[in-house]
Ligand binder design. Structure first.
Ligand SMILES: Cc1ncc(COP(=O)(O)O)c(C=O)c1O
Length: 396
């Protein structure tokens, strides 16, 4: 149902998009410098970005690639996932987290979420393990770390690899540990809407030098790892193809943006945190919605701020609520349409909506509000006022 819901417009206000990246003169200067340097593809800027990223997180190896999807694919390949293996993936995620399992002809086994944080439910995860299970891909939903203590304990007991999908979780901490230093391999996204961006891009981090070397080699056609240097003065024209790899390398243009973005990662994180706090406070007296629940001893990256409508208190649906906010000049989104509700996963694996009742129920109630450093105080106030007004107009 996408019928328009008339709402009295609040005072005139510019449209607040769901997301706007924060690109300053530093990024522009860095890109121009790279364009003028004569070296556009993977080179010294990528190397520097990897070093900066590893030192920012405190991990041993960081491999830059052109998306988080690529990083996830390379990570599964590095730990040896093969045809017939099963990999556990939450249903409450983006298709990238599961499609990479299919790239390797393995089977993604979906698991329901916790009802409050939407992170994977460790009890249900445990019940999904079979003798074919080889790995788990916990997704830190919205930037809130999963229960990594339980997940790692289950993984170690069943001899499973843990490949974290941290597309949303930069910077984030679980019990004092930085996300990116916890599981076997962690994958980050620098897609345009993420907490830092390179336009498109990703990074895989690990403590294991063999996995890092394998990912580096496979990210550039399976050629020896210094392949990118073959056109440089110190490089050599000679190379050997060791495996059938992929074309996943990040460009120096992307890295030029990433180096500058990373310098501001803490400031960006603090801005997001401030907006989340303002929303929590602004929405605290509204019984028609639930605000995000944040677990103890965690640092949340606040990539997403997801509210849940309480349908029994409202006369409008989630879709109508989205339309009403659009009329008030606010862009929103929905994270996520759970994987089991998509035609491909539903038909291929025979999933029904009730197989994952929490994710199915949440899907009809969730809305992601704008949250990004470029939002001004009047923008934040406008979102709070608009949500409040729409709820007041449509409460039962
Ligand atoms: C949870 C999750 N994992 C993976 C990805 C894929 O990231 P990328 O676009 O960098 O491949 C996304 C993208 O939005 C995501 O939300």
């Amino acid at each position: 149902m996408r019928n328009q819901v008339a709402s009295k417009p609040l005072a005139r206000h510019e449209f607040i998009p769901f997301h706007v990246p924060q690109i300053d003169e530093d990024e522009i200067r860095s890109v121009v410098e790279t364009l003028k340097s004569g070296w556009l593809t993977t080179g010294m800027k990528v190397k520097r970005f990897e070093e900066d990223f590893a030192s920012y997180l405190g991990c041993r190896h960081a491999v830059a690639v052109n998306s988080c999807t690529a990083a996830l694919h390379l990570a599964l390949d590095a730990v040896g996932i093969q045809e017939g293996d099963e990999v556990i993936v939450p249903t409450m995620t983006f298709t990238a987290s599961a499609e990479v399992v299919l790239y390797l002809k393995a089977k993604p086994v979906l698991v329901d979420c916790l009802p409050d944080t939407f992170n994977i439910d460790p009890d249900r995860l445990q019940r999904a393990i079979t003798p074919r299970t080889k790995a788990i891909i916990p997704v830190h939903f919205g930037g809130q770390p999963c229960d990594m203590g339980r997940i790692l304990e289950i993984a170690r007991r069943h001899n499973l690899y843990v490949i974290e999908d941290a597309a949303h979780a930069l910077p984030a901490k679980y019990h004092g540990k930085t996300v990116g230093t916890i599981g076997d391999i962690t994958c980050f996204s620098f897609y345009a809407t993420k907490t830092i961006t390179t336009g498109e891009g990703g990074m895989a981090t690990t403590q294991n030098p063999e996995w890092a070397a394998r990912m580096r080699m496979m990210s550039l056609h399976g050629i020896s790892h210094d392949a990118w240097k073959r056109y440089a003065k110190e490089g050599s024209w000679y190379y050997e193809v060791l495996r059938p790899g992929f074309k996943y390398n990040l460009t120096d243009i992307g890295a030029a943006i990433g180096i500058e973005q990373l310098k501001k990662c803490d400031t960006f994180g603090a801005s997001r945190n401030r907006i989340a706090t303002a929303y929590d406070k602004g929405f605290s007296a509204l019984p028609e919605i639930q605000t995000p629940v944040c677990g103890p001893d965690l640092e949340h990256a606040w990539h997403l701020y997801v509210i849940q409508l309480c349908p029994d208190r409202l006369k409008i649906t989630r879709d109508q609520f989205i339309e009403a906010l659009k009329e008030q000049g606010i862009g929103t989104s929905v994270h996520f349409i759970p994987l089991h509700l998509h035609p491909y996963y539903r038909d291929k694996f025979g999933y029904a909506p009730d197989d994952f009742p929490r994710a199915t129920e949440a899907y009809h109630r969730i809305i992601s509000l704008p949250i990004y450093p470029k939002m001004t105080d009047p923008n934040i106030d406008h979102v709070i006022d608009a949500v409040t007004q729409v709820l007041q107009e449509h409460r039962r």
